[in-house]
Design a protein around this ligand. Structure first.
Ligand code: SAH
Length: 209
């Protein structure tokens, strides 16, 4: 169904075939669901562009059973993709997926639709910049909103050999997607190109008070 600019790993492709994006957007926008573009989901937020979700998920190199933390549940679309790629036989889909959303209404709508579709990730309402210390360490962390820097908490909650992908905005709000890997406790940064995400709002970054 999706035609990407580059070929993706079979597991990532399969996840995108499984998850119907129409289920995650307002009914009035159903006709646009299959466009490779971000779309409004209410509360001034957007469902991410599928291709951007695809390259982020692919960069994390997720395997069944990997524990992954997502910041910014939004519609739950990317959450469902994460549930698919980490699914293990005989386990509910989403058992190793953790996702945090700061807007309670979006979080509860996402929860309802994920449950209806048979996904049971661990969901929490709160400031994702704090991470989810009780569930750490994570094999992977995926951030879906752009902050001015990397949260120290994410870095601490990332497992050895773990992968973290996050858009980071500079003062002019130019955003780049960074893939950060942890090897022997050291960070290696890879710039994956320019992107456009909604802001990550957190008292940690003084972007919300
Ligand atoms: N992956 C989502 C993207 C949603 S947009 C999807 O495909 O639908 C990013 C989301 O991040 C928004 O819902 C926004 O409310 C949320 N967000 C912004 N700052 C946050 C924070 N500090 N903690 C948790 N969520 C945050």
């Amino acid at each position: 169904m999706w035609k990407w600019q580059k070929q993706l790993a079979p597991a990532v492709n399969a996840a995108f075939q499984q998850v119907d994006r129409t289920q995650f957007i307002p009914e009035a926008l159903a006709q646009y669901a299959k466009l490779d573009e971000p779309l409004p989901i209410g509360e001034g937020q957007t469902i991410s562009q599928p291709y951007v979700v695809a390259i982020m998920v692919e960069a994390l190199n997720l395997k069944p059973g990997h524990k992954v933390l997502e910041i910014g549940t939004g519609s739950g679309y990317e959450t469902a993709i994460l549930c698919e790629v980490t699914a293990q036989p005989d386990q509910p889909k989403g058992a190793t997926v953790y996702s945090i959303e700061r807007i309670a209404d979006l979080a509860s709508q996402a929860e309802n639709r994920l449950h209806q579709l048979g996904y049971f990730p661990n969901l929490k309402i709160g400031d994702g910049a704090q991470g989810w210390p009780e569930a750490a360490p994570f094999d992977a962390i995926i951030v879906s909103a752009a902050g001015p820097k990397l949260s120290e908490h994410w870095w601490q909650q990332l497992a050895e050999n773990g992968r973290l992908i996050a858009p980071i905005a500079d003062r002019k709000d130019e955003q780049f997607l960074w893939l950060i890997t942890k090897q022997d406790g050291e960070a290696e940064w890879n710039n994956m190109g320019e992107v456009r995400f909604v802001p990550l709002l957190s008292s940690l970054f003084d972007t919300v008070h």
